[in-house]
Design a binder for this molecule. Structure first.
Ligand code: G3H
Ligand code: ZN
Length: 282
């Protein structure tokens, strides 16, 4: 099935976006979404591109090829892009959307950088996401203090930011953090409600691996439209590999431990897809 524009998937119903690092991630994400019968977004981050020798083409091509076999709707998203050199490559590699991450810049610089990227990408038919506030926890940095001024996204500032940048979706800081390996983040549901009321574009939750099922379920009902999940797949993958290698120390054929690891990721994908679709009561 051909790739579907990201805006078409996000606009319809709440949807999960999963991070692709290896070919097995892409295969597992498609398999899990098919098992759940849900549309899905495959996203490749700038960090993943760096891991692949700073080359976007090979991992983008592999992900597109896997997506092309899917029997559910799939969109392709370039995630957490800081470098203008990278977001400029998004259209030629088949991405339907890009997240421009200028969240570490001072506010006015964030607005200017995001506006420039959005104009470029939207002129080429791409959907653009940006972040305001500090989700934190990327690149091994400690999660931000949720009570620190500026950590959480301010609704009035969010409305002005969306108007000034022209972005199609907004990633918000509402209590989650990236790279959590425990699921105990507490979300600020009142803030999600106020952001939903203040901002017309879809809201995106980053760092969803650390958010318990009940909290995610409530966040989606409260107005979160796109749920980004990465670390939960890596937990499933690495846990499976570690267990199989420990159980069979003589094992050398990677297919023998990658196949169950891929299956473990697919089960995680199916769980998040069903949860976000409201098909699982936590
Ligand atoms: O953009 C990607 C996500 O925010 C993934 O975060 O790895 O903490 O689930 P996570
Ligand atoms: Zn993120």
């Amino acid at each position: 099935m051909p790739l579907v524009p990201t805006g078409q998937i996000v606009g319809a119903n709440p949807v999960c976006a999963f991070n692709v690092i290896t070919l097995e991630h892409a295969e597992a994400i498609v398999a899990g979404a098919e098992a759940a019968g849900r549309p899905v977004i495959l996203q490749i981050s700038e960090n993943a591109v760096r891991f692949h020798g700073r080359r976007l083409a090979p991992i983008a091509a592999a992900t597109r090829a896997v997506a092309g076999t899917a029997v559910v709707d799939v969109a392709l998203h370039l995630d957490h892009v800081v470098s203008p050199d990278l977001w400029r490559q998004a259209p030629e590699h088949g991405f339907g959307s890009v997240m421009v991450d200028a969240s570490r810049l001072p506010y006015e610089e964030n607005v200017a950088a995001t506006r420039t990227a959005a104009e470029f990408a939207q002129a080429r038919g791409l959907w653009v996401e940006a972040e305001l506030g500090t989700v934190g926890g990327k690149d091994g940095e400690p999660p931000p203090d949720p009570h620190a001024p500026g950590s959480r996204t301010d609704p009035a500032e969010a409305a002005s930011y969306v108007a000034r940048t022209g972005v199609d979706a907004l990633a918000v800081a509402v209590g989650s953090a990236h790279a959590m390996t425990t699921r105990n983040a507490a979300l600020d549901h009142s803030l999600i409600g106020r952001l939903r009321a203040a901002v017309a574009v879809p809201l995106v939750l980053h760092g969803s691996s650390g958010v318990p099922d009940e909290e995610l379920h409530r966040a989606v009902r409260g107005g979160i439209a796109k749920v980004n999940v990465g670390t939960a797949l890596n937990l499933a993958f690495t846990g499976s590999v570690r267990g199989n290698l420990a159980a069979e120390p003589a094992l050398v054929d990677p297919r023998r431990y990658l196949a169950p690891a891929r299956e473990a990721m697919a089960e995680t994908v199916a769980h998040f897809c069903r949860l976000v679709a409201g098909e699982l009561e936590p």
